[in-house]
Design a protein around this ligand. Sequence first.
Ligand code: GLN
Ligand code: ZN
Length: 760
Amino acid sequence: MADSMATVKTTVLGYPRIGARRELKRATEGYWSGRIDATALRDTAARLRRDTWETLRAAGIDVIPSHTFSLYDHVLDHAVLFGAIPDRFAGLAGLDRYFAMARGTEDVRPLEMTKWFDTNYHYLVPELGPDTTFTVDRAQAAPVREFREAAAAGIDTRPVLLGPLTFLLLAKPAVDAPKDFRPLDLLGPLTEAYADLLEQLGAAGATWVQLDEPALAADRTPEELAAVGAAYDRLGAVPNRPKLMVATYFGPIGEALPVLARTPVEGVALDLVAGAADADRVIGAGLSDKTVVAGLVDGRNVWRTDLPRALATAGSLLGSVGELMVGTSCSLLHVPLDLDLEDDLPPGVRGQLAFARQKVDEVVLLGRALREGRQAVERELSEAEAQRTAASSGVVDSGVRARLASLGQGTPRPDYAERARTQATAGRLPALPTTTLGSFPQTAEIRRTRADFRAGRIDEPTYRARMRAEIDAVIALQEDIGLDVLVHGEPERNDMVQYFAERLAGFASTTNGWVQSYGTRYVRPPILYGDVARPEAMTVEWTTYAQSRTSHPVKGMLTGPVTMLAWSFVRDDQPLAETAAQVALALRDEIHDLESAGIRFIQVDEPALRELLPLHVADQPAYVEWAVAAFRLATSGVADHTQIHSHMCYSEFGEIVDTIGALDADVTSVEAARSRMELVGDLARAGYRRGIGPGVYDIHSPRVPSVEEIEESLRLALEAVPPDRLWVNPDCGLKTRGYAEAEPALRNMVEAARRVRDTA
Ligand code: GLN
Ligand code: ZN
């Protein structure tokens, strides 16, 4: 035992890139606006990288990763690294080309952006075709350059690369690729480019390289597993290469573990938080001559690690692996940087938290405990445990628990057909009713008013008066445009999750807890730490005010339970299903209050419904069950004449097409403009028979759609849905748009609906 103890080392798989004061955002946006030049941007980037390496070294991490930094996105970096650049960017070079691929220019459209596995991080999707060639520019290769940069600062690092399988599985076929082309067909040539890169890294002096293969944490076909085995056999044969560490995360890799064990790779990193089941598979998996990183510190959530339990798991692996390292479950990219930057957290909550910097200390402590024996760190361990387990006030709300127990799933609403009849007589809406999805443009003035109120520069009556004036204007505009179901415009909301989190008990907000969502867009997810309760109504005042200004119906606007959880850091001491039910109960009460105040249309947004879908198909039914139950619990208490709407922000429904119907909303609006209404047909074929509002134009673009174009989309949709079930609305909320585009676009939308109504 003493011998194996002596070999345990520590590592992390990656670290936040954005800087303690969001320096990366400021520098990047400064470069875009011409405020700073390329040299200044590169200097900031180099400083941020060096800060990270030095922080990790000073904390006592043994093996420090490099090439975890990115100016925009690491998947984009790999497309550039291997020269996989679509032809439309051919005229560009350097940073201009890089940012054009990320954001587009006036003339070229950017790469598509989509979610990184089940996180809220978004990556840029590489476009590949049969003619794509992969080459690594020897003078420019970023992993080599950054390894040297760290070495020059006296820090030996393990360069991190996205693995070849994951890179190809994240890519999509270029638009002009033949129908039967799959990016995975390119694994052979891509592996050769990796081989070349490994040689360069070996020549530069790297002893280890980390290859990230999170794709192995989703279900993989035998063919894909064989391909990954062959790729790593090939990379194992590269002469004078660094040792290879294949890192997997976001779930158990199961079947892929013995496949990797049979290849010449020297190490594997396992996510023993999301993939705890893999711990049992290590024994007997043939890893006795390999290094195994036990990812025991959660890189996806903000809670302190249960250190005694982590130690027990690590201890159980000791005899079955060649060398044990302790580390994080995945990169720390997904958690905020440093708890020490927070000064406003409730004390009972703060003690339970660990952000990236604190997680590094946990890894180091685990390493010491395994190396020197638990007694050597007993004091630190028990202090950490005392903080972690200290009960914080307000965690248990027995009133909420009792109500949930007596409500159960709630009584389901009567059949949709019956409700629809009641709603049709009560509503008196035209066929193809027009509406919007909630927010109107958030002007600089609105943002300033909210900031002034927060900072105490204006008092509450002034704030309310200004918000009401804004609502007046938004209502008047909608009447003028001729929309049928109006909204109040959400001027009081900074963010659709944070707004509610700030009003519900059980949630805490951070002041500096920024996490990269994409590029220079960072979010500050709230922390859901205790039982959720609604001390008072959250939206009724604004919605009823809006309703008092018009004779048209105004639609109330709420964020659904799944999305509240998906975009927060959620307590992990009870099943998500229970936490979701508590949020649902609070929403149920809010809906009841809206209804009592005379609101007849209530939209419950669930843009994150798809995001939380588990990576393994076998885990999906359980998720769908609680997600649906929570939505229904929130929405089933209403009278028949009240119409429940829901909204989702993506067009690829695939596996959740059935779930949309199961939510039992009366009307669902979805993103559809970019897929040319295809999904209306998909939903119809899947048996969806309720109201549907396929977004008729893309709000992510400033382009104003013509009347004819929208008309055509509506006629297409009418091939799959009857006119009494078709709603007309944009793709999503308008908050990121300006009035210069939003207003003409909505006018064209209303006109298109009129024309189709007249001739349908
Ligand atoms: N009601 C929200 C809005 O309009 C919906 C946003 C979303 O779906 N992401 O802003
Ligand atoms: Zn949306």
